[in-house]
Write a protein that binds this ligand. Structure first.
Ligand SMILES: *Cc1c(COP(=O)(O)O)cnc(C)c1O
Length: 401
């Protein structure tokens, strides 16, 4: 089928018009790094400043602001994480939440000496784990992976044991888009007595996540990628209900305490997932995330995922037809069941290709080694856009020789 046929048959195609910039010819292949804003967000942000903030002032804290990280956390859990209420909160960056979650997990497994992780995880995950290991006197136990794939359960099975405190992995790999077998890996870690922390940065709003069904312990992720929360939008954290009376995190701020307005002499953690908060909630910054979650709920995450698979299948097919003869390889899983929302195309010239594409208003991003990442945010990307972009890649590669 042609891109035009695919767009005509796409039941979600009309949602693209809800995003700023949909009417231009720009090809956006980086919604997995910074999602496009929704048009409604511009209106709602302006209304928030002049109406709610400007009018309600400090009364706003009692009128929903204070609980917003938790109420929106419940929405995210229901819409995109397969998580029941009371287990998800928003705040901080993913990096800071990784720190809090890792410290909470290793403190809950005293006497165990290792954190298991893979060499191809996103840098911040590896760096934070190294810092926590140093602080707590632990050792990092590395898994080597093929950068065009990701971590397999067999690899986890060979390294976990009675020394393992925590396993930290990305559910969807940022380089290849490999989807890890989260339920199997979680069960393997639990059999060894360890906890598991899933990074959902490339999953939330793109693939189906079932944290409760996986029996996950902890998870964190970004809201500026497929959740379109805007640059630096607050991250989210999930902690399973069964851990909420025992897990504690080290940034003991007043808002995560049992009764913030008691202003008491010492810190006692709040009941529930609010214990993972530290300071004043980022109310202003959560508006755009709420807008996108409303849209994802309206469409349904299964339908979003179906479109995502359609877009990445189209990209792989075009790469085979247009780019393979120029030496381009697909460095993502070919089986759509193992592939998240982006496709990485590998060629030694891709760094230079990316620079030229940006000048032509075709915007993918580049990741070593030689990887052009084609991120296809399902609700804001059309099949025609995929085709225009990959035709441009062919033209630029041919010019570069
Ligand atoms: C994007 C991403 C992050 C980003 O962390 P920040 O603290 O928001 O900069 C972390 N982990 C993974 C796996 C990511 O893809």
């Amino acid at each position: 089928m042609t891109a035009a046929d695919l767009d005509a048959a796409d039941p979600l195609a009309h949602h693209r018009d809800r995003f700023v910039g949909a009417e231009t010819d720009l090809v956006y292949f980086d919604g997995n790094s910074l999602g496009r804003p929704l048009k409604v967000t511009a209106e709602r942000l302006a209304e928030f400043v002049t109406g709610t903030w400007g009018g309600r002032l400090i009364r706003g804290w009692d009128e929903g602001w204070f609980d917003l990280p938790l109420t929106l956390g419940d929405t995210l859990g229901r819409v995109a994480l397969g998580a029941g209420p009371g287990q998800v909160t928003f705040g901080d960056s993913t990096t800071v939440l990784l720190y809090k979650a890792m410290r909470a997990a290793v403190a809950a497994r005293p006497g165990r000496t290792e954190i298991v992780l893979d060499r191809d995880n996103f840098p911040t995950d590896r760096y934070v784990a190294a810092g926590v290991a140093e602080e707590c006197g632990l050792t990092l136990r590395w898994i080597d992976v093929d950068p065009a794939e990701g971590v397999r359960p067999e690899q986890v099975a060979t390294v976990v044991g009675e020394q393992t405190a925590l396993v930290v992995l990305s559910h969807v790999a940022y380089r290849s888009a490999w989807i890890a077998d989260a339920p199997t890996i979680t069960a393997l870690a639990h059999d060894a007595g360890a906890l598991v922390l899933w990074d959902l940065s490339h999953s939330a709003g793109s693939v189906v996540v079932e944290l409760d069904a996986w029996q996950a312990d902890l998870a964190v992720g970004c809201s500026y990628k497929y959740l379109n929360g805007g640059p630096g939008a607050p991250a989210f954290l999930y902690a399973a209900q069964r851990h909420l009376t025992t897990l504690t995190q080290p940034v003991q701020g007043w808002i995560g305490g049992a009764d913030p307005f008691l202003m008491g002499p010492t810190y006692t953690p709040a009941d529930g997932v609010r214990r993972f908060q530290s300071g004043t909630p980022p109310v202003l910054a959560l508006g755009p995330v709420r807008d996108m979650l409303e849209l994802v709920e309206e469409v349904g995450i299964e339908a979003v995922r179906e479109k995502s698979v359609g877009l990445t299948e189209h990209a792989v097919q075009l790469a085979d037809e247009l780019l393979a003869q120029l030496g381009v390889e697909v460095a993502s899983p070919r089986d759509p069941a193992l592939r998240g929302g982006h496709v990485t195309l590998r060629h030694p010239s891709m760094k230079a290709v990316t620079e030229r594409l940006w000048q032509r208003d075709v915007i993918p991003d580049y990741r070593d080694p030689g990887g052009l990442r084609i991120g296809l945010s399902p609700l804001s990307t059309s099949y025609a856009e995929v085709e225009r972009g990959l035709v441009a890649v062919r033209e630029v590669l041919a010019q570069l020789g």
